[in-house]
Structures are given as C-alpha cells and as structure tokens.
Design a protein. Structure first.
Lengths: 467, 463
C-alpha cells in the first residue's frame, strides 16, 4: 500500500529546485520563527531638520542609471576565489554585533563597489527561463546573490558603523534595499521571499544605524519606502500560473477528456514535479495512487459542475485526478489573488478562509504549489511595511526627545510629528512610557483575526541616551 | 530662448491636460451615468476574463515603438478620418460618422502593443535641461488609444461582440499602463485620461444585454496605473536639472552675486509664462518673496543663514528652495499612504501652498505646487474600478434575488468594496419597489470639488 503523496511534496519542491528548499529552511529559521522579538534600542535624540535633505533609503528614480543590475550581481563572485574559500566564515561573522573585532578583521570590501553600482542601476532582468521550464528553473543564482547581499554587505555596514562612518553605512543599507528590489523583479514567489529576506536584513541594519550617536532623523526616509520590495500582483500572476508552465503538455491547451495519452503525460509530469527525487514512486505505485484518488476526483468534478455524472465515469483516472487538481489549483489561485487585492483587514479574513479551504483538500495527492500557509505568507511579506512604519514612529520619538530635553512623550498623541499606525493591523502601535521619562516600550499590536501562532510581534525597549 | 520655448510647450501640454481632466475625468458638475443593469451572476469558476493583461501573458518587445509608428503610411486616414476623433464638440460615440469608422487595423496594432512586456519611451531624461523635453507623442497617442479605441469598443458592442469589446477595454488600459511607464507626471495624467475613457467603455459593456459579470476581473485592477511615484521623484528634480545654476551647486551663504544670479534665472523662467516680465513686476515679486522668506526664517532658519547680513535675493531664493523641497517631500510621503490619509495630507499641503499664492502667484512655485491636483485624477482609476465592482456585485444580486435591487449594500452577497478615497461605503439608495437604485461616491473630506462626484442611476433593462 502506498502512502499519501502529501508528505513528499515539501521535498518535491527540492526536486524541482534545490535552492527553494534551502531558502525556505533559511527563511523559516531566521524570519518566521521569532515571535515575539524584543529589541533593546539605545537611541540618541535627533531633531527633524526642515532645511536638510533627508537621505533616501532606496535610490530615487532620477538617481538611477540605465543597465541590467542582474548582470552585475551575478558577476560579483567571478574571479573571487577568496570569497568562496571563506564563505562559511563570512556567513557566521555577519551575525556578530557591531564592534566585534572579528567583523573588522573580515575582508569584504572587494565586492562592495559593484554592489553599490548594481543598486544604482534602473533595471534588473534575470532572464530566468520561466516560460520554458516553469518550476524547474534553477535558482542558485538568486540564492547566491541573496547570500552576498545579506552577509558580506552586512559585515561591511557593521564595519562602517564601528568606524562611525554613518554616511557609508547608510549607503550600504540603501544598496541592500535597492538590490532586494532588483531581486523582486524575478517572477517567482520564492524570489519575492528572497527579496523580502534581504529587505528584512536591511531593516535590522537600520536599527543598528538609528542607535548610533549623530544619526540624522530618518522619519521622512522611512515614510517614502514602498510597502513591498516587489510587484505583488505581478508575482501572484506568475505564481498562480507556475503549475501550468511546469507541465509541458498544458502549453498546448487543456486536452479533451477522452485524450487518455495526454492526461497520462500530464499526470506523469506532475508526479515528476512534486515527488521527492530521492524516493520516487515506481510507475506501478503512481498508477495505484491515481486509481485510488480517481473516484474522489470524479465526485469533485461533478460537484463543481465541470462534468456530468455520466461523463465523469467515462474519463480515465489520470484525466479525473489531474482535472480535479488543476481545478482546485485554479480556484485557490484565483481566490488568493482576489484576497491580496483587498484592504488588509479583509484580506486577512479571506486568506484565513482560504487556508481552511486548502486544509479541507482531502486528496492523497497534494495541490502544488498552492497548498497552504496563505495567511502566514501574506503576513510574512507585510512585515516589511509594519517594521518601517514602526521605525518611522521611532523617529518621531527621537524628534520629540530632541525638542524636550531628552524626554519621551507620555503618549503617542503628544508627538509633534504624528505616529504611524500599524498598516496591517490598522491600529496604533502600543506605546508605554517607562518610570523614567527617557525609557519606553513600543510594540506592534496584535493583528485582528490572526491566530496567536501567526502573529509576528515586535517590541522595542527604548532608552533615550542623554546627549 | 530654447529653454523658454520648450518650457512653454511643456506647460501648454499641462494646461491642455488639466483642461482635459476637467472635461473627461470630471466634468464641471457631478457626473451622472444612467445604466440599465441586466442581472448576471458571478461565475464561481471559469476564466477570469481579465481587463488588464497578466504578467505571464506579456511577450518581449517595446510597445512604445509599436504605438508610435501607427500613423506612418496612413496619410489618407490622417487626412480624412483622424479629425473625427477630436472634433469639437466630440462626436457622440454612436454618431453615424463613427459607426463605420475604419479603425480595425489600428486596434490590431494596439492589441499587439498591449501584450508587450515593456514600454521604453526613450525620452532623453538624462540630458538637460529636463524641462526642454517635448511630449507631443503622448498627446497624439491619447487620441488613438483613448478616443479611437473607445469608438472601436462601441462598434464591437453594436455588433454584439462583447468579448471583443472587453478586449478593447483591456487594450486601452494596457496601453495606458505603457504610457504610465514614463517618468513625467503630465503623461501619468494622459494615462489617467485614457483609462477613464476605457472605464466609460467598460460601463457600456456592463450595460449591454448578455454581458458576463466582470466582478472578479475588476476586483483585480490596481488603484492606479503607471509609475506616479517615480514621476513625482522626477518632478522634484526638474528645477535643478533644468537650471544649470542649481545643478552646479547651491551658492555659499553670503555670496550675494551668486544668489542674485540664481534668482534672476528662476524668475525669468517662471515669469515668462505670463509674458515678458517688466523690471517693475520682477522687482515687486522678488521683494514679496524676500519678505515672506524673512518672516518664515524668523521662527527657524537654516544654520548657515545670517538674517542680519543676508541679501534679499539670498533670502528669497533660499525660501523658494526650502519650500519646493518641503512640497516634494510631503507629496511623496503622502503618495505612499492609503487614500484617506494621503488626501488629508495633500489637502493640508494644498492649504499651505495656497497661503503662499498671494505672495508668489499661482503656478509660480513649482511644477508640483498643488500635488492634490495630480493625486486625485491619477488615483480616480482605483475609485472608478471599485465603484464598477459594486455595480457588478449588484448585477450578481439581481440575478440571485428575483431581479430586484437589494435593500442595502450589506444585503449584497458578493464582495462590496469601500470607496478608496474615503474608506466609506459608496452611497446606495434603492427605490422602494426595488426597480431602480442610485449609487454615488461619498464626499471626500476637504475636497469640495463637485467634479469628483460620480453617480450611477441604475435601472432594470425593461423599466
């Protein structure tokens, strides 16, 4: 007896693209698991100067030059054997705090100028053969670029912070965000996650920057950052078509129900796509699994009004199973896109429902790649705008302290420059001034309608340092 | 002289566009549309029938090239037919002169352009002066993509080809999006005007018997087309990239001659809009600006400015530069906010800018003096989309509940969006017998302009 193929699917992703699994693992470890996060921020008061130009954290369009940043970023590691040899060390060192002597000792400067150059290029065309290969596109390039942007560049930023060269550190962070935006130009859900992951590291580095004495007030700089570092609707359009692009026979259109040979090919390609490459099913095992699912598939097709009961009995097991999977996939994809187009509060409700719908998928064969976790993914991406809005509020607090002898306000309503609301929760950030007027905590509010285990809470324990 | 001539062209274009927006997007009075709704349920599954091409459907190529070459070799059309597209007053779309209007070959080319991935207009944005760039191509395309395709959509509806008509709307929106790839706010406005004409066509498609329900396709439309944020960023540098003395560096504090030279150049340029400035007029204006600057800087001044010793010209020019930057910065951060918050911030900015107008004169401040004027038309795209989404939700309700308008929007089974400008429900009032209804945009706080009011008077087809 063959078990369900659901358990294979997570690994099946690795079969189609090794980088994906690595990335998912990395993201789940670094970005998704931490809840709540508490950060101690020792801040220096900084006035908003109406006469000084605020630095941009993403290059403005007039500052960009023609070119293809993907070429520059992919070329970063050419002729740099030293980096390959010390890669593990670089990975570890990037996690060290600012000022750690091991950071100063790590030589990363060689690749920084090209990264900065890439950040100032307008376009990034990654030329992935998505139309030809669908999910089988190898994304090792993106994983490597992500690694370079997160690690050596972070080391360089921390070196500059330790040297108190705040302008250079800001340029490094701007480069991280600009290149994350370049990564967001690739058409995959997974590359959007990579772009977001790099952006998240840049925001971490911004927290370090804000804590430096002499850091100018960046309230406006935060206010003009985009909510996402990729084009959400475009990414979803690709993501919801990825399955059909990955099944070559579908490029000729949906076959007739009676075209058994075509449906067998589609089923075979689908199994190839989602199976664990280390433990593939034999043709006999596949046939048995399909046969077991066929009656349920026929029921689903009839329930959905796609075929009559009589017609359902006439179609082959492969046609029934694959049609049911494709219909389910199309339905989920459509609802996912519609949900993302809604205002946040409504989107959250719809995505929670969609998770329920996907959870009710009772096939022994999973519906790849739209299987589950829709709300969690949405909140993961939206974390970027929540964090920048929170930091914008921190900058309003720094301005207040600068104009009130280093003291923080009793409430956020007392701020001269208004606090931002949490853009996803639609609520104010939770602010509590400490016993001393130079301390406070600022927290993300819980997002209504989101289960406790999916909240991504963040709290700043703020201490305003005397000038 | 070249600078002034080209500047005039630029601004002339802007003036035309603003006039167009008044005429097309929002007439002087609230726009009222009578629409007969044929009940039609939203399909639970089946194709989405998109009204904007999706990313995987786009092919490599530069749509700008395809669009711009359309008139070439079309001497007969351009001589005999083209003017019918912009007669004054415009011909009604069902005018017999347009019924057989020969536009199929242009529609086919525009369709090809619509499904291209890129639109690189290759304006010489890296050359200077920036405000010397001429933009007549975009204005011409508005006639083809906007009015011409609207005629074509109407022809398809008349033939009963609703799928073709929907695709015509898609072509208009896709080409508007292509135009929106440019970095000029005026062309964002042209894109908005074309999109508005596309929505007019979509209303006619929705009102046609047998039209499938497009609720889901409309729900996927974005809040605006194009790259208006990038365009704002370019507006913010137009001054410095058009006036060499600004690009080569702001003068040092106390360098009276340099500040006077910058102010001279600036005043010459801006005052030329209203004819050659007289010395008296120029002197009076610079004195007024200097006075305003001294008042503003008396409260808080740049660290390197000595109010006692600085010349009037330095004070005036620095006041202008600070004011520009504050306007641009406020506009860009407001643009990032959601509709109600963005409009509130821009209304407040508008008030501040308007207070300066007695001193400096309307239009003299900056290309972007009143960003609210740009924000509202550009983002009206999302507002019209959401309102049509409500109309389609009502058609679905009609199909599901015996052909009578529901008592309230809360009773509508399908998703009913809020007005993105106010985050309030659209105003819906059904008649007592449920045979008709009125759907209107809610008032926008701080915006009294009746041009931003849209009303649908909805009826059943046999009423």
């Amino acid at each position: 007896m063959i078990g369900p193929i659901r358990s294979h699917c997570r690994h099946g992703l690795a079969a189609s693209c090794v980088a994906v699994a690595v990335l998912l693992l990395a993201i789940s470890c670094e970005a998704m698991a931490d809840d709540p996060v508490e950060i101690a921020l020792a801040l220096h008061p900084a006035r908003i100067d109406p006469f000084a130009a605020s630095p941009r954290l993403l290059p403005a369009d007039p500052d960009l030059k023609p070119g293809n940043a993907a070429v520059v970023l992919n070329g970063l590691m050419a002729e740099r054997q030293g980096y390959w040899n010390s890669w593990d060390t670089i990975y570890d060192d990037a996690r060290l705090p600012v000022g750690d002597p091991r950071i100063a000792a790590t030589d990363v400067a060689g690749i920084i100028p090209d990264m900065i150059r890439a950040g100032l290029i307008r376009d990034a065309d990654w030329n992935h053969p998505v139309r030809e290969d669908g999910a089988n596109v190898y994304l090792g390039d993106m994983q490597m670029v992500r690694g370079l942007l997160e690690r050596p560049l972070t080391i360089w930023i921390k070196q500059k912070l330790a040297e108190h060269d705040l302008a250079a550190a800001t340029e490094g962070i701007r480069t991280q965000l600009a290149c994350a935006r370049h990564m967001g130009n690739a058409p995959f859900f997974i590359t959007a996650m990579q772009a977001h992951a790099v952006g998240t590291v840049a925001i971490d580095n911004l927290e370090y920057l804000l804590a430096q004495s002499g850091c100018p007030n960046l309230r406006w700089s935060f206010s003009v950052l985009p909510p996402l570092l990729f084009d959400g609707p475009s990414m979803l359009e690709w993501h919801t078509r990825l399955l059909e692009l990955s099944l070559p026979r579908l490029k000729m259109g949906i076959p007739n129900d009676s075209d058994d040979q075509a449906w067998q090919q589609i089923a075979s390609d689908y199994f190839d796509l989602i199976e664990d490459s280390k433990h593939p099913l034999t043709p006999e095992q596949r046939a048995a699994l399909v046969s077991r699912c066929a009656s349920l598939a026929r029921e689903k097709l009839v329930q959905r009004g796609l075929v009559s009961a009589d017609a359902a009995m006439a179609i082959s097991p492969e046609a029934a199973v694959m049609r049911a999977i494709l219909d389910h996939h199309a339905d989920i994809g459509r609802q996912m896109r519609l949900a993302w187009a809604l205002p946040h509060s409504e989107a959250i409700g719809q995505l929670a429902k969609l998770d329920g719908l996907a959870g009710a998928w009772d096939f022994d064969i999973d519906s790849w790649p739209l299987a589950n976790g829709f709300l969690k993914d949405f909140l993961f991406f939206k974390g970027f705008s929540r964090r920048t809005a929170m930091l914008e509020t921190v900058e309003s607090l720094r301005h207040h302290a600068a104009t009130h002898d280093g003291q923080l306000p009793a409430t956020l309503a007392d701020l001269e420059y208004a606090a931002r609301r949490d853009p996803v929760a639609g609520l104010s950030f939770t602010y509590v001034r400490g016993e001393s007027p130079s301390t406070a905590s600022l927290s993300m509010p819980d997002i209504p309608g989101v289960p406790d285990n999916s909240q991504q809470r963040r709290t700043y324990k703020i201490e305003m340092v005397s000038p | 002289m070249k600078l002034h001539t080209s500047l005039s062209t630029w601004c002339f274009l802007k003036a035309i566009l603003l006039g167009s927006m008044v005429a097309v997007v929002c007439a002087d009075e609230p726009t009222t549309i009578k629409l007969a709704l044929h009940p039609q349920a939203i399909e639970d599954h089946g194709p989405l029938r998109p009204i904007l091409p999706e990313a995987p459907d786009l092919k490599p190529g530069n749509a700008a090239v395809v669009l711009l070459r359309m008139p070439w070799g079309e001497t007969a059309f351009m001589t005999n037919e083209y003017r019918n597209l912009f007669d004054n007053p415009p011909l009604a779309l069902d005018d017999p002169r347009l019924t057989d209007f020969p536009f199929d070959r242009f529609a086919a080319q525009m369709r090809r352009a619509a499904f291209m991935k890129d639109a690189d207009w290759d304006y010489p944005i890296d050359d200077e002066p920036l405000d010397g760039i001429l933009l007549p191509d975009a204005s011409g395309l508005r006639v083809f993509v906007g009015t011409g395709m609207s005629v074509w959509v109407t022809q398809q509806i008349a033939k009963g080809d609703l799928n073709g008509a929907r695709e015509g709307v898609l072509v208009q929106l896709a080409c508007a999006r292509h135009l929106g790839q440019t970095r000029f706010i005026v062309i964002q406005m042209i894109a908005a005007v074309i999109a508005d004409q596309a929505f007019d066509g979509l209303e006619r498609v929705i009102g046609a018997p047998g039209s499938p329900n497009l609720h889901r396709a409309i729900a996927l439309l974005p809040d605006s087309l194009g790259r208006s944020i990038e365009a704002l960023q370019w507006e913010a540098v137009i001054e410095e990239r058009s006036m060499p003395m600004l690009r080569t560096g702001i003068p040092e504090a106390g360098d009276d001659a340099a500040w006077t030279r910058v102010l001279d150049g600036w005043l010459d340029r801006w005052m030329s809009y209203e004819g050659a400035p007289t010395p008296e007029k120029s002197a009076a204006l610079r004195a007024r600006i200097a006075t305003a600057g001294r008042e503003a800087f008396a409260t808080v001044a740049p660290a390197d400015l000595d109010l006692e010793t600085a010349s009037d010209d330095e004070i005036a020019m620095r006041f202008l530069l600070v004011t520009f930057r504050q306007i641009h910065q406020t506009a860009e951060s407001a643009w990032r906010l959601e509709g109600p918050e963005a409009i509130a911030a821009l209304v407040e900015l508008d008030t501040r800018v308007n207070r300066l107008q007695p001193t400096i004169g309307e239009g003299l401040l900056s290309y972007l003096a009143n960003p609210l004027k740009w924000y509202l038309p550009i983002h009206s795209f999302g507002r019209r989309a959401r309102m049509l989404e409500v109309v389609e939700a009502l058609r679905d309700a009609l199909a599901r509940s015996g052909g009578r308008f529901p008592a309230s929007l809360a009773a509508v089974p399908a998703h009913v969006p809020l007005d993105p400008f106010t985050r309030q429900p659209f105003l819906y009032v059904p008649s007592e017998d449920g045979r008709s209804a009125r759907l209107a945009t809610p008032p926008i706080p701080g915006v009294a302009d009746p041009r931003y009011v849209r009303v649908y008077e909805l009826t059943l087809p046999n009423e």
